[in-house]
Design a protein around this ligand. Structure first.
Ligand SMILES: NC(=O)c1ccc[n+]([C@@H]2O[C@H](COP(=O)([O-])OP(=O)(O)OC[C@H]3O[C@@H](n4cnc5c(N)ncnc54)[C@H](OP(=O)(O)O)[C@@H]3O)[C@@H](O)[C@H]2O)c1
Length: 227
């Protein structure tokens, strides 16, 4: 399959290629947490398959891969790892947040090949099975709720990418822990929007850093201002 074609629209208009994406998506000075999400034009994080896969295209995949390649850690809610059947990423560590301490079971057989690559973050109160404790590094951060600022403290000095899902992203933004939202607008309507930030109400203003397009797909980098 040939690479998708892109055009940078902002800050200045110019044709770009996949090879330019690392420069377009270079971390802004001082940033340490960025999110990458895709929604339909009517704001849904899931398409017809109930997952994000039916919203994606080659352009989104190219940016997704670029963002991963520029990151040290992928911070994920356990719900997305389960729903999207995540594997162990090449390169960055996968840090999975589960308040209930429920590690996504499909990952267990993959762990021996990836020692130290996957971490489960949960609370002091959560019951974690013996099998998971034997195979996975478990961080208990918070008494009965996961203390997200505490998690980010443990990841100090590392570039953290979160790919959601919406529940985790809503909590991270509510705690003012996200510096930048990389957001793909998929040229589709769903009619049944599933919100980007789950059920968390987090009014925020954003500033557009870059916008690129590929066909009818729009891909922006937005800086978050704190409240
Ligand atoms: N369009 C996109 O870019 C995109 C990206 C990601 C996901 N999605 C879609 O979003 C859907 C999943 O949504 P979701 O909101 O359930 O995803 P999620 O945030 O990944 O998962 C929610 C689960 O993660 C854990 N969790 C999240 N935040 C937590 C916190 N602050 N403290 C403790 N535990 C926390 C909890 O796990 P426990 O229940 O185990 O405690 C919670 O039930 C799927 O359909 C997926 O396809 C779309």
């Amino acid at each position: 399959m040939s690479d998708p074609e892109f055009r940078q629209l902002l800050p200045q208009a110019r044709p770009i290629t996949v090879a330019d994406l690392p420069e377009v998506y270079a971390w802004a000075p001082g940033d340490r947490v960025r999110a990458n999400m895709i929604t339909s034009l009517d704001g849904s994080v899931t398409g017809s398959d109930g997952l994000s896969g039916s919203l994606n295209d080659a352009a989104d995949h190219a940016v997704f891969a670029t963002l991963r390649s520029l990151s040290d850690v992928i911070l994920m809610g356990a719900g997305t790892v389960r729903a999207e059947h995540y594997g162990v990423p090449d390169g960055p560590r996968l840090v999975i947040v589960s308040g209930r301490g429920r590690f996504p079971e499909h990952l267990l057989p993959l762990l021996p090949e990836h020692p130290g690559q996957v971490v489960l973050v949960t609370t002091e109160a959560a019951a974690v099975s013996d099998q998971v404790r034997d195979l996975v590094e478990v961080w208990r951060v918070g008494a009965d709720r996961v203390d997200l600022p505490g998690v980010l403290d443990r990841l100090a000095g590392q570039r953290v990418l979160t790919e959601g899902g919406p529940t985790l992203l809503g909590h991270l933004i509510a705690a003012d822990l996200v510096d930048e939202l990389c957001h793909t607008i998929s040229p589709r309507l769903t009619g049944v929007p599933v919100p980007l930030l789950g059920s968390t109400a987090v009014p925020r203003r954003l500033t557009l850093r870059t916008m690129i397009s590929s066909g009818s797909t729009l891909l922006g980098r937005w800086a978050l201002a704190s409240r």
